[in-house]
Ligand binder design. Sequence first.
Ligand SMILES: Cc1ncc(COP(=O)(O)O)c(C=O)c1O
Length: 495
Amino acid sequence: MDQTRTPYFDVLLDYVDSGVIPFHTPGHMQGKGMDRALRDFLGDNVLAIDLTQIRGLDDLLQPQEAIREAQALAAEAYGADNSFFLINGSTSGNQIMMMAALNPGEKMALPRNSHKSAMGGLIMSGVQPVWMQPEVDESLHMDHTVAPETVRRTLDEHPDIKAVYIVSPTYYGVAADLVAIAKVTHERKIPLLVDEAWGPHFRFHPALPIDAIAAGADLAINSTHKMLGSMSQTAMLHHKGKRIRIDRLKAVVKLFLSTSPNLVLVASLDVARKQMATEGAALLSRTIELADDTRRRLNAIEGVYCFGEEQQGKPGVFDLDPTKITITVKALGYTGYEAEEILRRRYNVQCELADLFNCLALYTIGTTQEAADRLVYGVKELAREDRPIDVFSPSGVLNRRIKKGTYALPKIPPIRMNPREAFLSPTEVVRFKQSAGRVCAEVITPYPPGIPVISPGEVITQEIVEYLDLEKRAGVRMQGPYDSELRTIRVVVEA
Ligand SMILES: Cc1ncc(COP(=O)(O)O)c(C=O)c1O
């Protein structure tokens, strides 16, 4: 196929050029009905192609024309049999994968550090999770990926598992041994689903980890908007082989799409695919060089550590995405949250995320040398600043907690109910600090990185209460609970 083509973007442009007089949605009528402030800011071009699925513009739910061709080009570029454009992110991709691959009540093996959208998938699909413990790096205080041996052991212990779901790469760019995991999974004649939200660029550069479809995944999702040039909310779902039925997959995809998809977003996926297929390797080479150079410069600053190749081969670290720079600031005496805030307030640099020990800087094909220099400058200054209270000093509060083990990542709690069952059960609100022993009815996720600590159907342990309490006091936002301050929590009313 001709990867230089952008069939969907082209039909939108043709529609505008033909000067059609619109009597159709959206109601702003190509901008004319929109309030001036936003219209002027966006510009008429964006609004002119914010159209609906009328004749000639195809239908994302039932593609026959230009969207079909655009998705076929994407499938070819990604080495898939079928690719689907999603406009509600990998969030919907996770939900689709589970509903396409499994029936309610069936078991699926998945890592404990799955994104919270996987939890949404479990609730919607009624799938029963069998959690797998990812490898943990205690010094970086970070979960990596699940090892193939863990997958094998889990499948041995639960021979009735119907699918394996893996997150690779992690938020921090650590990739799993997907080839080995695919082999173990397929030996049992079940499908492998991969949340590759953070890896839409892998396919296009040899220095990046192998992409999920090439490694043998039956389904994989990419948040195209996270690492490539498409707009927010856009993602792709890739399908390969016969283990997942295409008719079922197509039917499920439709359930998750609006009948009025934003066509600007769809066009941005078409264009992002073309960009990668035609110039991806060159653009990514530059990005990787810039990121490697920044990592070297940051590592030269005393007290700062950015992990790299030396971590490769450690448990759960099969491969690394060099475009992610994890800046470990622990030795400076700052939490990652504090460092993130200082970098933003004093140096106007905004990281992708912070956790207790780290800030994460994302490098993409849009990152410039000037931006990289500014990041390095900000971190250099941060390292020079006087730290009034070193939270990690021998007497510092966090160090005491870490030593006592009360800041270790909590163990996977016992499961008493299926997530969907617990989510839909009668609930009551109790004080969070007194909730140990109760069955949780909500998903509680420190954000970022967006990994649930407790989810519906799980027994709240004292360890989890203490851990979440500390995260809260360290300034982490809690996503999911009805009471965002987490003074109270919704639990299942048990007979
Ligand atoms: C591993 C992982 N999966 C899925 C998602 C959801 O992706 P999106 O924001 O595209 O819906 C995220 C978001 O951060 C993520 O980190």
